[in-house]
Design a protein around this ligand. Structure first.
Ligand code: PGA
Length: 251
């Protein structure tokens, strides 16, 4: 018996206008009506959040953002604060997605500050960790290094609000999914790290997702793994039918 409720999250990346977001939500809501044993989260771009927040009001669909600024407010042109995300109806925010780390220079110090900014504002962060193809033979060292640096200064109470997403970078957008066994091995290792650095209860309660080319066809076998509590879906979350099929795989 697990006390962890599955979470299926759709990271839209730089896709969909507010109008397209509305079209998705109108098509998707009837498909997941009655789903009550799985948390379902959409993560549109900033410009769609306000409209999405209004459309999902009163439903069980959750809303998240793809990133946030580490500062609460001020002269930070182009940046978006945690408070702004909350005001749009967000409950969650991605922190440290590999594309932020690789393309926008978010290092572990920045990721750690963003994680704290999210928690301070009452947002639930989804901390993304993972290794590149060339780092794959030392995945444990890479991922535990990220956990150590990114979670520095987060106490047990803060940790309870955090979800971890393990995303091998070589499996993102490439069609190459980690096998369920490989994904389970790393995610099990992450759970052991939490047990060692916090305690067993924290490890048992920690929701850990897999991400990287999750599709309707492979979702069930990944979600069947003991330590995999859900999925962070990119490409396949853009289509309401496909994303609903992944939610079904978690039921
Ligand atoms: P993908 O993206 O499902 O398109 O591989 C996953 C992610 O980057 O979160």
């Amino acid at each position: 018996m697990t006390m962890r409720r599955p979470l299926i999250a759709g990271n839209w990346k730089m896709h969909k206008t507010p109008q397209e977001t509305e079209g998705f939500i109108r098509g998707f809501l009837p498909r997941v009506k009655g789903v009550d044993s799985v948390d379902v989260l959409i993560i549109p771009p900033y410009t769609s959040l306000d409209r999405a927040g209004r459309l999902i009001e009163g439903t069980s669909l959750l809303l998240g953002a793809q990133d946030l600024c580490s500062e609460p407010e001020g002269a930070f042109t182009g940046a978006i604060s945690a408070k702004m995300l909350v005001a749009c109806g967000c409950s969650h925010v991605l922190v440290g997605h590999s594309e932020r780390r690789e393309l926008f220079g978010d290092d572990d110090q920045i990721v750690s500050r963003k994680l704290k900014a999210a928690l301070d504002a009452g947002l639930m962060p989804i901390l993304c960790v993972g290794e590149t193809l060339s780092e794959h033979d030392r995945v444990e060292e890479k991922v535990t290094g990220q956990l150590r640096d990114d979670l520095a200064g987060i106490d047990k109470e803060g940790l309870e609000k955090v979800t971890i997403a393990y995303e091998p970078i070589w499996a993102i957008g490439t069609g190459k999914t980690a096998t369920p066994e490989v994904a389970q091995e790393t995610i099990g290792m992450i759970r052991s790290w939490i047990a060692q650095h916090y305690d067993d209860a924290a490890a048992r309660g920690m929701r850990i997702l897999y991400g990287g080319s999750v599709k309707p066809a492979n979702a069930a076998s990944l979600l069947a793994q003991r330590d995999i509590d859900g999925a962070l879906v990119g490409g396949a979350s853009l289509d309401d039918e496909k994303f609903a099929a992944i939610v079904d795989a978690a039921l």
